[in-house]
Design a protein around this ligand. Sequence first.
Ligand code: SAM
Length: 238
Amino acid sequence: MKYENKDLLDLYKLKAEEHWHTMFNPMLKYLGNLEGKRILDIGCGSGELTNKMAETAGQVTGLDLSPKWIEYCKISYQRKNLSFVQGSATDLKMFPDDYFDIIIMNLVLPNIYKVADMEKIFLEIKRVTRISGEFIFSDVHPILKMTKKEGARRQEYSKGFSYFKEGSKLSVIVALPNKKEIEFEDAHWSLSFYSDLIEKYGFGLVKIIESNYPKNAPKKFFRYSFPEYITFCCKKLK
Ligand SMILES: C[S@@+](CC[C@H](N)C(=O)[O-])C[C@H]1O[C@@H](n2cnc3c(N)ncnc32)[C@H](O)[C@@H]1O
C-alpha cells in the first residue's frame, strides 16, 4: 500500500508536524467544542489528529485501509473513548445510519482513482452522518497541482492529463532533506466535481480553508507562495 513504502513514510512523518500549523489547527478551530461528539476520522494514518480530538470529544474512531497504520495507532494511543478499525471508506457497514456528529477525511481522496469509488465514499458518509452533522475533507490544492515545481516538490502529468478529467493521474516527485527523491502517484479531482458531490449527497458547503502558515509557525517549514491544501467544511442538510 502507498503509505507502507519506507520513503513515503519518511515524507509523511516530515509533513505531519507542518500539518498541525497549516491544516489541523485551523480545522479544530473551525469545529470548536468537541465535548460529547461522536467522530469518525477516515484515513486516519498515524492517528495524531484522531488522538488529539479524543482528548475532548465523546467518542472517536479512526479508520484506515492500511492494517499497519491501524496496528500502529492501537499501540500508540490508548483511551477509553478512542478506537481504531481497519476498513475502506467505500464501505462503512460496521457503522449504523445517522451515527456520527463529525466525519473527518484528510488527504485521502488523492488515493482514490475511480469516480465510482468516489460516489461510494460520499454515499456512505452521507449515510453514517446525522442531519446537521459536520463533514470535513481535504485534498491537495489544485493551484499546487497545476504548478510544475515549487520548493522540494514537482509534478509530472500522466498522458491525457487534464484538470477537467476526473481521476487524472499525476506523479509527484519530492526531494527529502537528505536529497533523496521519492515519487508517488496521486489522482486529481476538480473543484467542480467536489462541489457536485457535496450537493448530490445532501451536504452544504459552509467554509473553505486554504492552508497557510500562521506567523508563529516554525521558520524551518518551506513557505509556499500559495495554498498547499484545500479543506471543505460541509454540513449534512438532508
Ligand atoms: C496522506 S495519508 C493522510 C493521513 C491522515 N488523514 C493525515 O492527514 O495525516 C492518507 C491515508 O488514507 C488512507 N487510505 C487510502 N485509501 C483509503 C480508503 N479507501 N479507505 C480508508 N483509508 C484510506 C491511507 O492508508 C493513508 O493512511
